[in-house]
Design a protein around this ligand. Structure first.
Ligand SMILES: Nc1ncnc2c1ncn2[C@@H]1O[C@H](COP(=O)(O)OP(=O)(O)OP(=O)(O)O)[C@@H](O)[C@H]1O
Ligand SMILES: [Mg+2]
Length: 558
């Protein structure tokens, strides 16, 4: 979080955010200009109407016919409504497309980046960036920026029109501009920090919501309902604090401007009244004066109101860009025969922080070999697997996959394609059993699914489910027992028929007989995969060709 603050203080970064936004906006420019032209035409139309209203008043006060002009005026009012509807719809569609565009780009970025780097962010924080921040950016690009350009054009047009009627009045009316300028400058500076704070407090609030709902069982088991509700209120209050501060700042500025606005209007009004009393101008011209003074001042006020929005777009752009700067995973082309693959690890060292978890680990697992990896809890077994899976980047040493033909390939994101992995813990998705198994092989046939289930000892229980493969399961396998969920996760891996299979305590929730059946299924896989089995259970060891123990940050052969 402090990172974003320092990013924000750096002026170069603001240019970077703006540049990023520009580059991102490019494909939408045509449509944004179309939307702006439509709105601009309605501005022109309404200015024209000011003139017509003057004619109507003058004609009426001088006893001339004005019925036709009233009809024209009416038609213009209707036309204005139509234009309003069109531009409203267009901006709604554009906003939706644009915000989804950002969300998709960021989502793709997240799923293609190193798992470890993404995991540094809380899911709730990522969600806030993907939804609220992306939405802020879309509102800004589709709403605020075109509005600013339009208001500026309108201001110039109205100013010259007023200038045409009365130069003095035009100058009076724009007197509000410096006031608005100073207020917005002051406001913009204050708002920078507040906008980031508002988004950060939103992220904290969402993170808590997401986590406490996902772990509802824990909240309830420890009778923490009241505490959870209090914590939520606290987080909401924190957010409220910043939102309110932002709102107060906004109110102070708009009140200042409103007073300046009223002053300008009264001056124009008095000046107009004097001119009317001396018969220097007609009533019609007086009405044009008042309308135009109003219309010079409102874009200035509106422009000033856009400043906080621009600030919050930049703040959100910074938060989204921060995700963009996470390095993408390296994906090397796989140009070797991967029917049977061995794993070579050489002098591997790794630590999540300065604390080393694994030091100078070397290991050779021959193609088709079954290797058990054992060691006490927290020693680094899962870490070793994560490195083999290339989920982490900052390592020293070498991990490579090789085939019998002597080709080898350094482990990278692409080498995951020939590994089937059953992670520790429940990793099922909500949806049907079928959808879960299919994640292992997107084009799997029903027969293949049943075959995989047979090998993972899950066939009988899935067959007995009321809807079989189409049984709907909840989040994290809700609705299944832990062991049933494990067998589906194993089937999801088996169906891949990958040359490398990694099971991280994948049978820990199974009874001995079922575990035995799974391991026997494993042995029947054809061709025989290279297998890494992490286990705490002795019964698994008899199925393995070798046993590797991790101790004192190193591996040793047992
Ligand atoms: N994401 C992480 N960030 C920082 N440290 C981590 C992270 N994940 C694990 N560790 C630390 O790395 C060490 C090894 O953890 P690892 O998960 O590899 O253990 P393990 O051998 O798989 O244990 P278990 O048998 O309990 O699953 C532990 O000290 C753990 O605290
Ligand atoms: Mg582990």
């Amino acid at each position: 979080m402090s990172k974003i603050k320092s990013l924000w203080n750096d002026r170069d970064n603001q240019y970077k955010y703006a540049k990023w936004l520009m580059q991102y906006t490019k494909p939408y420019i045509g449509r944004i200009i179309l939307m702006m032209s439509i709105s601009l035409s309605s501005t022109l139309l309404s200015l024209w109407m000011v003139n017509i209203s003057k004619e109507i008043i003058d004609n009426a006060s001088q006893g001339r016919e004005f019925g036709t002009l009233i009809v024209v005026y009416l038609i213009m009012i209707l036309a204005l409504q139509v234009v309003g509807v069109i531009s409203g719809l267009l901006s709604a569609v554009l906003n939706e497309k644009f915000s989804f565009g950002i969300r998709k780009q960021v989502y793709e970025k997240i799923i293609n980046s190193h798992w470890m780097d993404v995991k540094k962010y809380h899911t709730g924080d990522l969600m806030t960036r993907l939804t609220s921040d992306a939405g802020n950016i879309a509102d800004g690009i589709i709403g605020t920026i075109p509005a600013i350009i339009q208001l500026a054009i309108e201001l110039v047009l109205v100013f010259f029109m007023l200038f045409f009627y009365s130069p003095l009045l035009a100058v009076f009316a724009t007197l509000i501009a410096p006031v608005a300028g100073i207020v917005s400058w002051w406001l913009g500076r204050k708002l920078k920090r507040l906008s980031v704070k508002v988004q950060e407090s939103e992220a904290a609030y969402r993170s808590f919501l997401q986590e406490s709902l996902a772990n509802l069982l824990i909240v309830k088991s420890f009778a923490n309902e009241e505490y959870a509700a209090e914590r939520l209120t606290e987080l909401r209050e924190e957010r409220f604090h910043w939102v309110f501060k932002k709102a107060k700042m906004g109110m102070a500025s708009s009140t200042t401007m409103s007073i300046a606005f009223q002053m300008g209007y009264i001056v124009a009004f008095a000046y107009g009244a004097i001119l009317v009393s001396t018969k220097a101008i007609t009533y019609g011209t007086m009405s044009v004066f008042l309308t135009l003074v109003n219309r010079v001042q409102s874009p200035i006020m509106a422009l000033a109101h856009q400043i906080p929005k621009v600030v919050s777009i930049l703040a959100s752009a910074g938060r989204v860009m921060e995700l963009q700067s996470i390095p993408l995973e390296e994906k090397l082309p796989v140009e070797m025969d991967t029917k049977q693959v061995g794993l070579g690890i050489k002098d591997l060292s790794f630590g999540y922080s300065d604390d080393i978890v694994l030091r100078d680990v070397s290991l050779d697992v021959k193609p088709g070999e079954f290797v058990a990896i054992i060691g006490e809890s927290g020693i680094g077994k899962t870490t070793l697997i994560r490195l083999v899976m290339s989920f982490m980047s900052s390592l020293q040493g070498d991990i490579c996959f090789y085939n019998q033909g002597g080709d080898s390939l350094r482990a990278n994101a692409s080498t995951r394609q020939f590994i089937a992995y059953v992670p520790q813990g429940n990793t099922l998705f909500s949806g049907t059993v079928r959808e879960n198994i299919r994640m292992g092989k997107l084009d799997a046939t029903e027969e293949e699914m049943y075959d995989a289930l047979k090998l993972s000892a899950g066939y009988d229980f899935v067959k007995n489910l009321p809807q079989g493969l189409d049984t709907v399961i909840g989040e994290r396998g809700h609705g299944l027992s832990e062991g049933q969920a494990q067998r589906i996760a194993i089937a999801r891996a088996f169906i891949r028929k990958s040359p490398v299979l990694i099971l991280d305590e994948a049978t820990s929730a199974l009874d001995e007989d079922t575990e035995l059946a799974v391991l026997q299924g494993l042995k029947q896989l054809e061709p025989r995969p290279t297998c890494l089995l992490i286990t705490h259970r002795k019964s698994v060891l008899q199925y393995c060709d070798r046993e590797i123990k991790i101790e004192n940050k190193r591996t040793m052969e047992m």
